[in-house]
Write a protein that binds this ligand. Structure first.
Ligand SMILES: [Zn+2]
Length: 93
């Protein structure tokens, strides 16, 4: 039995490379979906760590972008964040 007609040479298959850009785009979509799902109580769990990072190493936004995103969107949590930040900065000195 000969199936030669059905066999295509591998060279003819166009290779679609998965570029960094594509991967990043995909990750961004995932991330924004998660940010929308993040509830205020989810944020509150992470807020202590976020504020501590912000005070100590100023990298909170990079390490926890979802928290930052929620704070940008949610006035109530933003107030909470600013209050906590003020307390920590006062106790630092
Ligand atoms: Zn909130």
């Amino acid at each position: 039995m000969e199936n030669k007609k059905n066999i295509h040479p591998i060279q003819n298959t166009p290779q679609e490379p998965l570029t960094d850009e594509v991967v990043l785009k995909f990750l961004k979509v995932l991330e924004s979906a998660r940010a929308e799902e993040m509830s205020c109580s989810d944020l509150y769990i992470r807020l202590d760590e976020f504020v501590e990072r912000e005070v100590n190493s100023k990298d909170a936004e990079k390490i926890m972008p979802l928290v930052q995103e929620h704070l940008d969107l949610c006035a109530g949590c933003c107030d909470e964040y600013e209050a906590l930040l003020a307390v920590l900065e006062n106790t630092k000195e």
